[in-house]
Design a protein around this ligand. Structure first.
Ligand code: ADP
Ligand code: MG
Length: 344
């Protein structure tokens, strides 16, 4: 099976998330999105298994005495073969404890993007901001993703995830305000003024934290918590159900940590721009999706005594695609700048 048949003519926005990789393209004046789970399974090699996967048309690769199935098919076949899915990334970066990490991410990106065509080879890809100013493998992660894109013929540019959200959502305030993405590994935050990042950071509590902690206190499996959370959960106080209660507690924990860190970071910032007008806050990412999340976030932010004046807090209209869309908009904007400069 050839994975590189696809040819892409950019510009492209790529969201390299801990649980999903999303690509955004502009086609016929519309944004188009495509996503793959950032996950894989390994199966012991046997002729039978390989034949079965081939018959089912499942994208797979043989590595030594193992077969690796990556992306959306990993979830499907984990159930068929009774194995656990694994993730190549942890808390926003390539997982150093997972030997397959780089190869799996390369495979998924190659599958979504294909090779670069003759024109417009620019790809803007999302990278997380630092947690507690720690390097935490960020440089290695960024260089590795860049290298994958270069090997496919693209010209890569990293963009911080929070800034990508600003590009996606805050055109009406000239790209001033807070872009926040609450994913599975991290919540990423960027305060931008006129599209330039002023403060960026991330918090290592998000969807995975909610799943593992809610699982620990209820004696359930984290996967079951995730499914409950995604299918039938809203944050409006306790209704007696222990799973719902546990999920509520850990969503509140994430919200409190996020808003407290936001407050501290702004209060301790050396050079805050003047920001004459109140600025908006936009939330995105899967973890911000449950009903009631925005309301709880507003309550925790305590806007009256927040160090920056906030005009509104809202959720993105397309929370799972906002990062990819913003990365694409940044790519389009940079292209326009280059074209203008070249023709001037
Ligand atoms: N509809 C939903 N309701 C609640 N949580 C969701 C929903 N969809 C996804 N999630 C959670 O959001 C997280 C993934 O968000 P996403 O923005 O795709 O993450 P990442 O950037 O880490 O890949 C996971 O923890 C997932 O369980
Ligand atoms: Mg994300």
């Amino acid at each position: 099976m050839s994975k590189d048949e696809k040819i892409s003519n950019g510009p492209i926005g790529l969201d390299v998330g801990t649980s999903r990789i999303v690509v955004a393209r502009r086609e016929e004046k519309k944004y188009q999105f495509e996503a793959q789970l950032n996950a894989f399974i390994t199966l012991p090699w046997s002729k039978l298994t390989e034949n079965l996967l081939r018959q089912e048309g499942v994208f797979h690769e043989v590595e030594g005495d193992e077969i690796v199935v990556a992306g959306n098919d990993a979830q499907k076949f984990a159930e068929v073969f009774h194995v656990e899915t694994r993730r190549p990334m942890y808390r926003g970066v390539l997982n150093p404890r997972e030997p397959h990490s780089l190869a799996v991410v390369r495979r998924i990106i190659a599958r979504l993007l294909g090779r670069a065509g003759a024109e417009d080879k620019g790809v803007f890809f999302s990278v997380p901001a630092a947690v507690d100013n720690e390097e935490g493998g960020l440089a290695h992660h960024e260089a590795s993703i860049s290298q994958i894109l270069v090997s496919l013929g693209y010209t890569p540019t990293p963009i911080e995830e929070g800034l990508a959200v600003v590009f996606s959502e805050l055109a009406t305030t000239n790209y001033s305000g807070f872009g926040i993405s609450c994913g599975s590994g991290l919540c990423n935050v960027c305060l931008a003024e006129l599209s330039l990042p002023v403060i960026s950071f991330s918090v290592p509590k998000a969807g995975d934290y909610i799943d593992t902690h809610a699982a620990a206190v209820t004696g359930e499996r984290a996967t079951r918590m995730r499914i409950q959370k995604e299918q039938a959960f809203h944050l409006n106080g306790s209704d007696g159900d222990r799973v719902q209660n546990a999920l509520t507690v850990y969503h509140d924990d994430v919200i409190r940590t996020l808003t407290n860190t936001l407050r501290t970071k702004i209060a301790s910032a050396q050079q805050l721009p003047k920001l004459n007008k109140p600025v908006p806050v936009v939330l995105s990412g899967g973890t911000a999706m449950p009903k009631g999340f925005v309301e709880r976030f507003i309550a925790a932010l305590r806007m009256q005594d927040f160090p920056v004046r906030v005009s509104e807090v809202r959720i993105s209209g397309d929370p799972l695609n906002a990062t990819a869309r913003g990365a694409l908009m940044a790519a389009l904007a940079s292209e326009r700048t280059f074209t203008t400069a070249a023709t001037a």
